[in-house]
Design a binder for this molecule. Structure first.
Ligand code: PMP
Length: 282
């Protein structure tokens, strides 16, 4: 079966899908995106993802390419045409195509691309956990906007892989952990407190993070939003990451030091089960 992509109003073969060389996403990373999980045919947390898309557009002072109902329809159509039951749908909006120049172009229409692909949840990794390394966070100061400028994330991910880890936690100049390269970072302290960074400009407010926060609160777990330091992380009882493709994945080593004896902890396991049940809800 050949893949189909949505590009500016047309459904075309994925291999033939193109954008212009003067698309501002290509030239300036002047665009934003979303990734939504598809679980047994339904979109997980679609509303919150589209709310965040609107927020990113607003912060970038970009127009929406279409209304929400049309967008929901196009996403479903891409999912249907690609026969995705379990996977992801990717949505990207750029400021459009215009002769190169930093100023916002007059009259350029936003460009919209939607793709979908099959992707099974990585149960083996969720079981075993991942090793991460800590690296300096060299990104810009508006990480709350989900822009397609992922240069620093790309460099950090590759540096982590080269070091034999799976990902990096990005640490600010004061030694506080912001987040992973494509996930939010959490720890469980010795006092059994669930800690993750508050949603300010230094992190992306993950939709999975929001779901896990709500699930933890519903269960009455002790939850605090505050920055935690790299040394606090190294001394944590448990650690994990949350993200659209990683769900709740245990972190079992940080900078080569085992966390929680090198296996997933009980609170992480409980949150994994809760999140999986949440993702299963139609
Ligand atoms: N932080 C960053 C930098 C990310 O790229 C992602 C993945 N989009 C996340 C956090 C997690 O966000 P979400 O749960 O919405 O996937």
């Amino acid at each position: 079966m050949s893949r189909i992509a949505y590009v500016n109003g047309r459904y075309i073969a994925h291999r033939a899908a193109r954008v212009h060389i003067e698309d501002r996403g290509y030239q300036f990373a002047d665009g934003i995106y979303e990734v939504v999980a598809v679980r047994r045919g339904h979109l997980v947390d679609e509303g919150p993802h589209l709310d965040r898309l609107d927020r990113s557009l607003g912060e970038m002072r970009m127009a929406a390419p279409m209304g929400r109902a049309a967008l929901r329809h196009a996403m479903r159509e891409v999912i249907r045409r690609n026969r995705v039951a379990d996977g992801i749908v990717y949505l990207q909006v750029t400021r459009g195509v215009a002769p190169r120049g930093h100023a916002f172009p007059k009259g350029a229409a936003p460009a919209l691309v939607i793709t979908a692909k099959r992707l099974a949840p990585n149960y083996a990794q969720m079981e075993k956990g991942i090793a991460i390394v800590t690296l300096p966070d060299i990104r810009w100061k508006r990480r709350d906007i989900k822009t397609v400028n992922l240069t620093a994330n790309v460099l950090a991910k590759q540096q982590a892989l080269d070091a034999g880890a799976y990902d990096a936690w990005l640490v600010d100049e004061a030694g506080m952990v912001n987040e992973g390269t494509a996930s939010n970072a959490w720890i469980v302290t010795r006092a059994k407190e669930l800690v993750t960074h508050a949603p300010d400009h230094s992190i992306l407010n993950g939709i999975t993070r929001l779901a896990v926060k709500r699930l933890a609160e519903t269960k009455g777990y002790r939850f605090v939003e505050r920055p935690f330091s790299k040394s606090e992380a190294l001394a944590a009882e448990e650690a994990f990451v949350t993200g659209t493709t990683s769900w709740v994945t245990p972190v079992v080593a940080i900078d080569g030091k085992p966390i929680g004896g090198g296996t997933a902890g009980p609170l992480t396991r409980a949150l994994q089960r809760l999140y999986e049940a949440h993702a299963d809800e139609p």
